[in-house]
Design a protein around this ligand. Structure first.
Ligand code: NAP
Length: 347
């Protein structure tokens, strides 16, 4: 496939003879059937660009939704999938020679259409964030989306004080893992709902205050644990009845934030929650926040998360790491239920 036909590379036609492996999809559809590996020329950076050598990139539900053609932003086709990655600077454009050094570890702050499933990627300096030395690169590849989402969910919706409860579903997801760890840093108490028993022990070990199965029978036990101080923040990544149970547990005037839709079921809100409890229903999309926030705000957040990760106070579970050549197997694994962590691609 000529390089000029590939989304994201159209603007950078200068190439050298070396080739690189890149994942591409030409049509929207089932991820494991539509994404293939192609050898294409390795691009050379323009004067104000950096070339990255990608090391690890995770497969997120948003990547799957993007390949399926059902995400909030869609790329021009053909396109390379992948929204975040950990990389090192590999070549520096003429104008940037005094500011950047080859070998510096960086992440790409999450952008759903970044196209990170490739051995190399050309970027402008504003598209990367430097990492502290000594941080684990595999872990760092998962820093910019889910921990950033958890950070935003705790930061933006309602004031919280140490000792306050928060409640959330899909708690064994990557966002859930980050929520438990960041809530702990803030002295918040966590009620973590999961949909299967096998996922409970790992979250208790991680430090969740209470882990319950996500069904109606668990509500009484949750209320008992709150001891008259119900949560003012509920975080919903599932939808349907699970989202309603979170509303049921909220305090009067609490805030219910939807940030995911794993069950693909809509919210049908009983009127009483709006009339008598006066809860606020809202949503969060970290991509939108990253687009609107200043570089300083985003850097402050990423530096805080990177320090926690470097000091092993923020750890994201990994189910399996696949070489880029096995992208279809990796996509099948990522689409499967009951994973114990992220599927990563290694380049
Ligand atoms: N709004 C934002 O800015 C933003 C940012 C990041 C993520 N998200 C969303 O947050 C959610 C979690 O993302 P992630 O990367 O953390 O996920 P993940 O690590 O891939 O984990 C997926 C989670 O969803 C659960 N799940 C899968 N299918 C389900 C179903 N049909 N009903 C209920 N639960 C189901 C899984 O449970 P099992 O382990 O039992 O299979 C697991 O807990 C996704 O919806 C994602 O799109 C949103």
């Amino acid at each position: 496939m000529p390089i000029s036909e590939i989304g994201g590379y159209k603007k950078f036609p200068r190439v050298v003879c070396l080739t690189m492996k890149t994942a591409l999809f030409k049509n929207f559809g089932k991820p494991d059937e539509n994404v293939g590996i192609h050898n294409i020329p390795t691009p050379e950076p323009g004067p104000d660009q950096l070339r990255l050598r990608i090391h690890f990139s995770p497969i997120h539900p948003s990547d799957l939704n993007l390949i399926e053609g059902i995400y909030g932003i869609l790329p021009e086709l053909p396109a390379c999938p992948g929204g975040e990655a950990c990389a090192t600077i590999d070549a520096v454009g003429e104008e940037l020679q005094t500011q950047f050094t080859v070998g510096t570890p960086v992440i790409l702050p999450q952008r759903p259409t970044a196209g990170t499933w490739s051995e190399h990627l050309l970027v402008h300096p504003r598209e990367i964030h430097p990492l502290p030395s000594g941080i684990d690169l595999e872990q760092a590849s998962m820093l910019a989306l889910n921990p950033a989402t958890a950070w935003g969910l705790l930061e933006f919706f309602t004031p919280l004080s140490p000792g306050d409860w928060i409640v959330f579903n899909a708690a064994n997801s990557a966002v859930g893992y980050a929520l438990i760890q960041l809530a702990q840093q803030r002295g918040l108490k966590t009620l973590a709902f999961v949909r299967r028993e096998e996922a409970m022990a790992e979250l208790q070990e991680l430090g969740a205050d209470l882990v319950l199965l996500d069904h109606a029978d668990s509500l009484a036990q949750a209320r008992e644990a709150f001891d008259g101080k119900p949560p003012r923040l509920a975080l919903n990544a599932v939808g349907g009845d699970s989202a309603l149970r979170l509303m049921d547990l909220l305090a009067n005037e609490g805030v219910h934030v939807t940030y995911g839709a794993m069950s693909r079921r809509s919210l049908k809100v009983p009127n009483k929650f709006l009339i008598f409890k006066r809860i606020t229903l809202t949503g969060f999309w970290v991509t939108r926040w990253l687009q609107s926030a200043s570089i300083e705000e985003v850097s402050t957040m990423l530096n805080e998360l990177a320090e926690l990760m470097k000091n092993h106070q923020l750890h994201m579970p990994v189910a399996e790491v696949f070489p880029i050549d096995e992208v279809q197997a990796a996509l099948l694994a990522a689409q499967g239920d009951r994973r114990q962590g992220k599927i990563l691609l290694k380049f």
